[in-house]
Design a protein around this ligand. Structure first.
Ligand SMILES: Nc1nc2c(ncn2[C@@H]2O[C@H](COP(=O)(O)OP(=O)(O)OP(=O)(O)O)[C@@H](O)[C@H]2O)c(=O)[nH]1
Length: 959
């Protein structure tokens, strides 16, 4: 059969069958190989005429088997009835479809009984004989239908479910690329609107937008982002809280969903409100078996309370423990662990370091076991710092009160009217030495009457009166001081105060409480005070010192003792009441100022001039202090007459000035050091002597050692000077007129005078005098005293001293020594001839000539007139004779010029030597003189020797 296929308009196809047995080869190929294309041709008789291979594969029926069969066999009965009521047969359906060019999805009944979904499209075809049939094309859409169904189910799920699914564009987390249709239900927008560029950021609440700037694109595949809550603008204009979850999808895009979070946000807000209403913070702490801990929930104030980031605590709750005070930490950890183990409530008070200080917290928590072995604590933490401080303050107050009561020995008592019982505490029991205890009763007594029986009879009426007055409400306090009989005998003084604290409806007292204090000491002190006042009065009156009490307000004397009456000379009655201005010489205003100063205790020591009744003026030293007397302040003044002392002081002052003038003007450098070596007196001359270019006053107070060191360098022997100062000071001995040579040629004379007052060493006075001039004068005098004025030779006295020295040396060491006596021959003739002055010149010339011939060790002296003596140490007799001859010859040969003359003279010489056995030096002079006489006698111009008896006195002649 041949088929002719023509495309027709209006959805109609035409398959011509020129020959039912033949068909074009390409059509066969198509029908055979297009396996998914099932084609069925139905003839005009509504039976299958053609059943393509694809149809065979789709239905499982063979073509031969189906040819001639009704096509309804292939479809389930309800396949068409559900679509069209009147579609009683498939043919009617086919016709309709063909006419409308529609397709229909219908269930297909396969040969094996299974059902498949097929897409049915129908065309009308007309055969060669012009009969009309239908060409049915079936497409297997079972899988697609199933997928659609699934999708529909999913959509239905979304459609009905609360979540709106969305997917972001790849790499653009802010751009929604796809969204489930139910977005209109959540936000009121069509999906296409939501997917338009820039929609999402523009519809997030501006306040929440900065919080959403998370790097969502960097999330690894499969991992989810934390759920975020934010507000989105609903199409109706309101802001809707949504919870958003995103996760990285396998396609590289972010997938997520939004959910209406209004309820949760409202709930959370409500919870926060509740949490904010209650003091403290709420939390859920989860402890894991592996010792991890994290805060699952923490109310708003948590961060503020602990000063910690709640996100950090949500990751690791243990960081909170870092701020707990170390001493409290073990207790907190142990109690928490115990509560977790025993699942019992946790309650703990602990401190945390907070903002530079420490705060107290109270934690209360209920543990709840979880399925994974962890425990969740539902807890409440409260800042109890204020409570703790209050408690501490309360405790301190209690302790202070206790201490105060204890130290003041104050006991408490309590009277109950109902049973008329008086109870007292331990302290009061101790005070009264009664059996102690707050409930204890008096010994053998019960009730207030028993107590009253212990009262001292003298005090009982007043106590009773005070008690009744207070119970009757006439006094605000019950106060009394009374004596109570002591168990050991004697009386105990008590001060008692109390107050009714409870009354019945009729105003009758029900309870009275109070305190009692042992005032024995005070009472004794009062007595002692009375005694002491009496003593003071007696002392005041009888004291020999002048005492007055002055009213500082009026300046009047309010009391005066006998000594004052005697001193001022006024009758007592006049003195008391007299104004001090009548006595004191100060101007009235000045006196008032002094009285004010004394009252304010600015000054209490004054020196005044007081006028006596006799008109005499006295200097008084007044000590004035405020005292309480008779409920007012008066000045208690003691006056001492210091007129004599004042005069003595003035005299002393004058003396001091005089002394200073003396020291300043004395012609010596004066320095006094005290026993500590400090300068207490020094004058300017001292500074001048020692070259100190300072004012003398500036040295006062400095140590002498400081002055001594530089001063010592002025002396020839500095070390010796310093040493000597020390020696002298140590010896505390008077040393006068020590002479000290200075390097500059001056000589100082120094006195050291140790100063003792009343047998006590007070220091040393050093007096330095510059004696340089005096020393020079002395030297000159000395020189004049020992030198012959005419010849400059040693005079007789000086020669004799020199002779004595040599005689001593001879006696000690036996050293030889000789003496020459030399006398000018006929000198009188020279004088007489040429005059005395020429004689003087001759004498001088002779001296010069002889000295020229003598040794340095020899001494030539003029003994008087024209008589000379020569001392020759180390010369024995022979040497002396030789020297005598040398001198004689020299003189003889010399000429002494006078005008144009040469005067010639000769000398006679006597020689004598020290001899052993001589007892005095005069002997040698006598011998020499004797020898001289011998030389004169021998005719002059010669020398002679004379010896003592032991040496067979004789005279040797020479020349
Ligand atoms: N010019 C002078 N004459 C003096 C000085 N002292 C004594 N004469 C004199 O010395 C003389 C000593 O005389 P006489 O004692 O008689 O001795 P003489 O004349 O030297 O005779 P002979 O000693 O016997 O040789 C007297 O005329 C004295 O006046 C003096 O200081 N100057």
């Amino acid at each position: 059969m041949a088929w002719e296929y023509r495309a027709c308009t209006k959805g109609r196809h035409q398959l011509n069958q020129p020959d039912a047995t033949s068909s074009p080869p390409w059509l066969d190929a198509i029908l055979h190989h297009a396996s998914s294309l099932a084609v069925i041709a139905i003839g005009a008789d509504a039976h299958i005429e053609f059943f393509s291979p694809g149809a065979q594969r789709l239905t499982g029926y063979d073509a031969t088997e189906m040819r001639g069969c009704s096509p309804e066999r292939l479809f389930a009965p309800e396949a068409f009835s559900t679509w069209q009521e009147e579609a009683a047969s498939a043919v009617v359906v086919f016709r309709t479809l063909a006419e409308t060019a529609a397709t229909k999805c219908v269930p297909l009944m396969c040969k094996d009984g299974s059902r498949r979904s097929v897409q049915l499209s129908v065309s009308v075809w007309r055969s060669a004989d012009s009969s009309t049939g239908y060409l049915i094309v079936l497409s297997d859409v079972t899988a697609a239908t199933e997928a659609c169904r699934t999708l529909a189910r999913h959509y239905a799920l979304f459609e009905d479910g609360p979540a709106v699914a969305f997917a972001c564009a790849s790499g653009e987390p802010d751009r929604i690329e796809e969204v489930s249709p139910n977005v209109w239900r959540l936000l009121g927008y069509a999906p296409e609107t939501v997917c338009s560029p820039g929609w999402w950021p523009a519809h997030v609440h501006p306040v929440d937008r900065p919080l959403l700037a998370a790097p969502a694109a960097e999330v690894p595949p499969g991992s989810a982002l934390p759920v975020r809550r934010y507000r989105m603008l609903h199409a109706d204009g309101r802001w809707l809280w949504v919870a958003e979850m995103r996760q990285q999808g396998g396609d590289g895009r972010l997938h997520g969903y939004w959910r209406d979070a209004s309820v949760q946000v409202d709930e959370q807000a409500r919870l926060s409100k509740i949490a904010s209403q209650i003091s403290g913070v709420l939390y859920q702490l989860r402890l894991y078996p592996d010792n991890r801990a994290r805060f699952v929930y923490a109310s708003d104030g948590f961060e503020r309370l602990y000063g910690m980031d709640s996100r950090r605590l949500a990751e690791d709750a243990w960081v909170l423990f870092e701020v707990i005070v170390p001493e409290d930490l073990p207790r907190v950890q142990a109690s928490l662990r115990r509560a977790a183990d025993t699942l019992t409530p946790w309650r703990c008070e602990y401190r945390i370091h907070w903002a530079g200080g420490v705060r107290w917290f109270e934690g209360f928590s209920m543990p709840e076991p979880m399925g994974d072995g962890s425990v969740v604590f539902h807890g409440h933490n409260l800042d109890i710092t204020d409570r703790k401080l209050t408690e501490e303050a309360l405790e301190q107050s209690r302790q202070r009160l206790e201490l105060a009561l204890e130290s003041a020995e104050i006991g408490l008592w309590d009277w109950a009217a109902a049973n008329d019982r008086l109870s007292y505490d331990n302290r009061l029991a101790r005070i009264l030495e009664m059996p102690g205890g707050s409930d204890a009763q008096g010994p053998g007594e019960a009730g207030i009457d028993a107590w009253k029986r212990l009262l001292h009879p003298d005090d009982a009426p007043a106590v009773e009166q005070a008690w009744r007055n207070h119970l009757a409400g006439r006094t605000p306090l019950y106060e009394a001081e009374y004596r109570l009989r002591h168990p050991r005998g004697g009386w105990k003084w008590l001060a008692v105060r109390g107050r009714v604290v409870e009354r019945d409806g009729a105003g009758q007292p029900l309870r009275l409480i109070g305190v009692a204090q042992d005032i024995g000491v005070r009472k004794r002190a009062d007595l002692a005070l009375k005694d002491s006042e009496a003593h003071f009065r007696a002392l005041f009156q009888s004291h020999h010192a002048v005492m007055v009490l002055v009213d500082p307000q009026t300046g009047c004397i309010v009391d005066a003792n006998e000594a004052a009456v005697a001193f001022y000379g006024y009758p007592r009655a006049r003195l008391v009441g007299m104004s001090m201005s009548q006595i004191n010489a100060l101007p009235q205003e000045e006196l008032a100022r002094r009285l004010r100063d004394a009252t304010a205790q600015k000054h209490n020591h004054f020196v005044f001039g007081h006028r006596l009744a006799s008109g005499e003026h006295r200097i008084v030293e007044v000590h004035s202090s405020p005292v309480e007397s008779g409920g007012r302040t008066v000045l208690f003044s003691i006056a001492h007459d210091i007129t004599a002392r004042h005069r003595a002081e003035e005299a002393l002052h004058t003396l001091q000035r005089l002394l200073q003038a003396v020291i300043d003007n004395i012609q010596a450098g004066v320095l006094m050091e005290n026993d500590l070596g400090e300068v207490v007196i020094v004058n300017q001359l001292f500074c001048r002597l020692f070259g100190l270019d300072v004012a003398a006053e500036s040295l006062l107070g400095s140590t002498c050692a400081d002055i001594l060191d530089p001063a010592s360098r002025l002396f020839d022997q500095p070390e010796r000077f310093v040493q000597r100062v020390k020696e002298v000071l140590a010896a505390r001995a008077l040393c006068a007129q020590e002479e000290w040579a200075l390097r500059d040629g001056r000589t100082f004379e120094r006195d050291h005078i140790p100063v003792e007052i009343n047998g006590h060493y007070r220091g040393a006075l050093w007096v330095y005098r510059d004696i340089t001039q005096r020393k020079a004068q002395e030297m000159e005098l000395r020189r004049l005293a020992t030198t012959d004025a005419l010849t400059g030779l040693p005079n007789r006295r000086s020669f004799m001293e020199r002779l004595a020295q040599e005689f001593a040396r001879f006696q000690r060491f036996g050293q030889p020594c000789s003496v020459l006596m030399l006398d000018i021959d006929h000198f009188k003739h020279i004088n007489d001839t040429y005059g005395h002055a020429v004689g003087d010149l001759v004498l001088q010339g002779l001296s010069t000539l002889c000295l020229r011939n003598l040794r340095l060790t020899d001494t030539m002296g003029r003994l008087g007139g024209e008589e000379f003596a020569v001392l020759l140490p180390g010369c024995d007799e022979l040497d002396a004779v030789e020297m005598a001859e040398r001198l004689r010859t020299s003189v003889m040969e010399a000429g002494f010029p006078y005008q144009d003359l040469q005067l010639r003279i000769t000398v006679s010489v006597g020689v004598a030597s020290f001899e052993a056995g001589q007892d005095d030096m005069d002997a040698v002079l006598v011998l020499a003189d004797k020898a001289l006489y011998a030389a004169k006698r021998a005719g002059r111009n010669c020398s002679r020797v004379s010896r003592g008896d032991r040496n067979r006195e004789r005279e040797d002649s020479h020349a």
